[in-house]
Design a binder for this molecule. Structure first.
Ligand SMILES: C[S@@+](CC[C@H](N)C(=O)[O-])C[C@H]1O[C@@H](n2cnc3c(N)ncnc32)[C@H](O)[C@@H]1O
Length: 398
């Protein structure tokens, strides 16, 4: 039975609806779990009931916890903006590996000392920084991760676009905000000819993907053994950040990447800088329509399917199925929806993000398995990763 935690019911509602029944009959027509929830909601809606709870010590604790949660939800945008200010002002880099005074941080971040103190107090309340003595500041655990991970900071910076896109929330959910900033940013979701895009269109999102790959690559490589393969082709591999991590983890593996022409140019530069270009083969084209190289025993789709609606995802998978030789392993790794905390958070975030982007879906592993099966892939299996918030896995065979 649902305990009021908000995950919903498996309710079989009466066929034909309940509109012409009296309110009491309507209630009786529902399954027991729904009737209990309706009863409970009526109690909670009553100011007298809430006042009674406040007078009973144990129930008061539960009620206050729920009130705090609701308040946190109501004010979450303030938390986000404090975090955003800390990132934009360079607070985490300023405190990386050290302790500083308010005045020193004010000078480094370019903020008047009084405002800096106020912001630091707010950041302490969010457990981003901690006090290290009178007027001295140090990073907390979360602050340390933010200082160490540039990709995470870049993700937070680029949320400015998402914030503007959903600023009129009701209009956004009514579907009235058409040409969003995120839709312009992720240029390949707009056009019919993504392979014609130039460097100016692909460079911003490619840099973000490169920067934000570190944490994800570690999660993927710790969760899945690519050492069983001879050669891996990363399809939609961006600038090759995952390929670099893969090459370091498995020094004998042959590496290859497939992406849009303008992106493979960036990949060539990045892989050269990382000293891995000699080991890698780069292929450019449109993964939904062009031939896919057939000489690898494993191909990966990392953060690819989620960008696309079902019709487009089926087109991409069908194209892969058409060109890959039987027996090739396919590994899909991306944020996946689910009921546990990490996947539920991922679905909440990406569900809104993809709506703003105007393309894509945060799918469950079962939905991905279904897409793969529709395109003829065999033995599709879901497996968990070391961090289900970051990624889930589905593997299959051509
Ligand atoms: C969300 S990014 C993921 C990049 C990389 N896999 C990662 O996780 O960092 C999607 C990638 O798919 C590429 N892409 C999009 N449409 C494509 C197409 N039609 N053909 C080939 N690559 C495409 C983009 O250029 C981009 O590099």
């Amino acid at each position: 039975m649902d305990t009021g935690g908000g995950r919903g019911f498996q309710a079989n509602l009466p066929i034909g609806g309940t509109a012409d029944l009296t309110p009491d009959d309507q209630d009786r027509a529902y399954p027991l779990a729904v009737r209990l929830r309706l009863w409970r909601n009526r109690q909670i809606a009553s100011p007298r009931f809430r006042s009674l709870l406040a007078r009973l010590p144990v129930l008061r604790g539960i009620a206050n916890r729920k009130a705090n949660n609701l308040f946190r939800l109501t004010t979450g945008f303030v938390h986000t903006q404090i975090l955003s200010a800390c990132v934009h002002l360079g607070l985490f880099e300023a405190l990386e590996g050290t302790v500083r005074s308010t005045a020193a941080l004010a000078a480094r971040c370019g903020v008047p000392p009084e405002h800096m103190r106020h912001l630091l107090d707010q950041a302490r309340r969010l457990d981003l920084v901690a006090s290290a003595g009178p007027d001295l500041w140090i990073l907390s655990d979360a602050g340390t991760v933010l200082a160490a991970d540039r990709g995470l900071r870049e993700m937070i910076r680029h949320h400015d676009m998402l914030y503007r896109d959903i600023a009129d929330a009701a209009a956004f959910w009514r579907g009235e905000v058409g040409d969003t900033e995120l839709r312009r940013y992720w240029a390949y979701v707009r056009g019919n000819a993504p392979a014609m895009m130039g460097s100016a269109e692909v460079a911003p999102y490619s840099a973000l993907m490169r920067e934000s790959q570190a944490m994800l690559a570690d999660c993927i490589l710790t969760s899945y053994d690519f050492g069983q393969y001879r050669s891996v082709l990363d399809i939609g591999g961006g600038e090759g950040a995952f390929l670099c991590a893969l090459g370091v983890r498995h020094p004998d593996l042959k590496l290859a990447l497939f992406d849009l022409p303008a992106v493979t140019e960036l990949a060539s530069r990045h892989l050269r800088m990382q000293g891995i270009l000699d080991r890698a083969t780069l292929h450019s084209g449109d993964f939904a329509t062009d031939p896919i190289p057939a000489t690898h025993d494993c191909v990966t789709l990392i953060r690819i399917l989620c960008d696309h609606d079902d019709e487009r995802a089926l087109q991409i998978l069908s194209n892969l199925h058409r060109h890959l030789p039987p027996g090739t392993s396919l590994v899909v790794a991306e944020a996946m929806a689910g009921d546990s905390e990490g996947p539920n958070l991922a679905a909440l975030y990406f569900g809104t993000y993809f709506a703003a982007m105007g393309s894509g879906r945060c799918r469950t592993a079962l939905e991905i398995i279904d897409l793969l099966a529709q395109c003829g892939f065999r033995d599709a299996t879901a497996s968990t990763s070391t961090n289900p918030l970051l990624a889930g896995f589905v593997t299959a065979r051509r």
